[in-house]
Design a protein around this ligand. Structure first.
Ligand SMILES: [Zn+2]
Length: 149
């Protein structure tokens, strides 16, 4: 584990404990060279789930992509990053619970939207328009009918 301050490779673990979600291990580390301290999280990785994109291509599921996408939809609106991370964690758990090896990107988009709707309506709309590539109001209306409001 490289030190984020000086890139030294040797660090010692000061403390390990299970994080709040019960699925990751939080470690407090200290760099053996510069003595600065930092935290790492180790997560349990299930088998890789592939996301089927609109064009038919497949990419490995990546929770961080959800985080990035949701952050974009909150542009300048107040929100805590922790809340967004929690949302992404929940979506990942929902994906894993399905025990499938691949899942359409639209299904993931809907999982995100379902949660986003209760957090921020503007972010929800922005995410929907980007995710479903909505270009006109008719498509928006169709989407509203489909997922409700
Ligand atoms: Zn260091």
């Amino acid at each position: 584990m490289r030190c984020p301050f000086c890139a030294h490779q040797e660090t010692s673990v000061l403390e390990s404990r299970v994080a709040e979600d019960g699925q990751s291990l939080r470690r407090r580390r200290e760099c053996q060279k510069c003595q600065k301290r930092f935290t790492t999280f180790e997560r349990v990785e299930g088998p890789t789930v592939f996301v089927i994109k609109r064009d038919g291509g497949r990419v490995p599921f990546d929770r961080e992509k959800i985080v990035t996408g949701v952050i974009k939809s909150f542009d300048k609106r107040p929100v805590s990053i922790d809340l967004i991370r929690q949302l992404a964690d929940e979506v990942e758990r929902e994906v894993r619970r399905r025990e499938v090896s691949e899942i359409p990107s639209k299904t993931i988009g809907k999982m995100v939207l379902r949660r986003l709707r209760n957090i921020d309506r503007v972010a929800w709309l922005r995410f929907a328009s980007v995710y479903f590539e909505l270009s006109d109001i008719t498509e928006f209306e169709k989407l509203f009918e489909k997922i409700g409001n």
